[in-house]
Design a protein around this ligand. Sequence first.
Ligand code: ADP
Length: 411
Amino acid sequence: MNDSVNPSASSDENSDNSVLTNPTLVLNCGSSSIKYALISEDESTRITGLAENLGLDTARIKHTALNGEKLEIAIPGGRHKLALQKVLELLEQYHFIAVGHRGVHGGREYSEAVKVNDHVLSEVKRLKSLAPLHNPANALGIEAVQAIYPDIPQVVVFDTAFHQTMPPVAYRYPIPKALYEEEKIRRYGFHGTSHAYVSERASQLTEANDPQGWLTAHLGNGCSATAVYDGKSLDTSMGLTPLEGLMMGTRSGDVDPSLHIHLKRQLGMSLEDVDKMLNSESGLLGISGLSNDLRTVEQAANEGHKDAELAIEMFAYRVGKYLASLSCALPEFTGIVFTGGIGENSATTRARILNVMRHFGIAFDADKNKSLVGGAEGRFESDDSSIELWVIPTDEECQIAKETRQTLGLD
Ligand code: ADP
């Protein structure tokens, strides 16, 4: 490839195609990035990569080949469509048999993964108003595959689908009924693929009797928590959009709904200004004044930075408070599952969150907690704990590949 910025890397990566039997291509198309994974039928082997900085001249694909070799490809102009074409070119030699897309907003219609047809594609586009950053990118991904491989079946696995089992008491907002009936204003929930994966995994790993009730805490840049009982989402922290709920990297999570009007009256801020502030300038970044990355904030706190300390305290307090309230949705409380970059790696944040929930009789082994970092899976409650505590690294790609195969009857 003549536009490779790392000419020493070879694009001839097919040392052994046989280990990638009947692979499914998983595409996660976002507003400025495309993550992809090619996953073998038995889920044991995968090729992964990322197209980043889309929309900018610095756009590039970072690809890890089957033999571990790294390859970088520049995307002149940074266009989504070109990036997708290059990704498909790179993977063509593996003869993938299906494509599974991470869809963000599926609205009310989709309660499970769905095979792509004209109606599904038009729904993904129509729901742009509810997920303006994500749904248009999802549609581009679907169309790019359709244009090059019209015969390869595609499936969309919506982030919202897993939460369609929530009862009205959890998904309705206490606002006039017509807004729900005519405008579909309700709580949808997000990160469904991750909550589904880790709760299912916890149910496989535990010795507790069925049915189990889990609180799953997906703590990454975006953060959400879900109450899952007997494999079904009963309530979750995100709502109509992924802004509601927990404090996140740059998102505020819950604030007083009157904040918009107050800031408009007091400061003359427009609705767009307030929206941008709540989505991009708040959360860990807004409180610490330093970064949305917990590692940076933790380091500053260790050096005595007061705002960084407060950001971490607030983050943990708000997660603990939310988990406590979500426990009300569970008929049975088996345990808490931590996942996402923070949930999987920051033992101190896990400890702080559990200390917030001190009335629940939760007790954990501090050494076991500290050992569960860097992709380790395991449980860390102590014998006298009222509930189980798990760290389970999420694997949304694997879940999407599995649901894609199931939807197409390939499993
Ligand atoms: P995304 O939501 O973009 O997928 P991730 O799940 O990768 O995000 O999570 C990113 C967050 O995880 C960042 O706040 C990052 O600081 C945090 N994180 C990753 N590794 C560590 C670590 N070792 N210690 C503390 N925080 C970590």
